[in-house]
Design a protein around this ligand. Structure first.
Ligand SMILES: NC(=O)c1ccc[n+]([C@@H]2O[C@H](COP(=O)([O-])OP(=O)(O)OC[C@H]3O[C@@H](n4cnc5c(N)ncnc54)[C@H](OP(=O)(O)O)[C@@H]3O)[C@@H](O)[C@H]2O)c1
Length: 193
């Protein structure tokens, strides 16, 4: 993943950008407008000036980074959460195999007669989020949508809740610099990492 060079990192004019996006929606150029990688605090700040609230907040979310606080906040404010990359960005330089190799998820998959990936996708759906999952493989695409005629039990959900949490993407130090808008990861993610 390419990040902007230090010299190109500038503070984001959230109010100005959102105002222009609202205008795009008013002009009928788009049906809905949304945000991505917004922490609870940044989402709350946006709601303080938005005249059209974001319809969606696309954030990192998987059984390994469940985003409970943000999900609760978004739900209370009518914002849909979209999970990326729910499978852990398998194969990406910044991704992990945590999801596929998870003992808990493998045990649940075996008990339900499903794949680990289906368990993962079903979990996102069952906790009330939407997801952006990608595959270039026809068979895997089919597999990924076969998640609506079965469900995870309360016990399964509880086991998934117990998975130790670790934000995967964007712990990247390149996103913060002493001269940029965010000096530390804590400041960038408002403590949510
Ligand atoms: N907003 C943001 O900041 C942000 C950041 C990152 C990503 N995203 C978005 O999130 C979406 C997904 O991201 P992603 O592609 O990095 O992660 P992902 O959907 O978690 O993983 C995609 C990888 O999983 C494999 N895969 C898919 N279904 C599978 C299955 N059933 N079994 C085994 N492997 C499977 C795919 O390989 P095959 O193609 O070979 O099946 C691909 O390598 C994208 O649309 C991306 O644009 C957004």
């Amino acid at each position: 993943m390419e990040f902007p060079e230090e010299k190109d990192q500038m503070p984001m004019d959230f109010k100005g950008v959102w105002g222009a996006m609202e205008e795009a929606q008013r002009l009928g150029l788009t049906k809905s407008i949304g945000i991505s990688n917004f922490s609870t605090k940044k989402t709350q700040n946006m709601l303080s000036f938005a005249t059209i609230p974001p319809s969606v907040n696309q954030v990192e979310m998987s059984p390994f980074w469940q985003q409970k606080k943000l999900r609760d906040f978004c739900k209370a404010n009518g914002i849909v959460v979209t999970a990326f990359p729910p499978l852990g960005a398998i194969g990406a330089s910044w991704g992990t195999n945590h999801v596929l190799e998870s003992k808990v998820l493998n045990e649940i998959a075996e008990a339900r007669g499903k794949t680990v990936v289906q368990v993962c996708i079903r979990w996102v759906y069952q906790v009330g989020a939407t997801l952006a999952v990608k595959s270039y493989n026809k068979e895997r695409l089919k597999q990924n949508v076969q998640v609506f005629d079965w469900e995870l039990t309360e016990e399964d959900l509880e086991k998934i809740n117990q998975i130790p949490q670790r934000k995967m993407m964007v712990r990247e130090e390149e996103l913060v610099t002493a001269t940029g808008p965010y000096e530390s990861l804590d400041e960038l993610w408002d403590g949510e990492y």
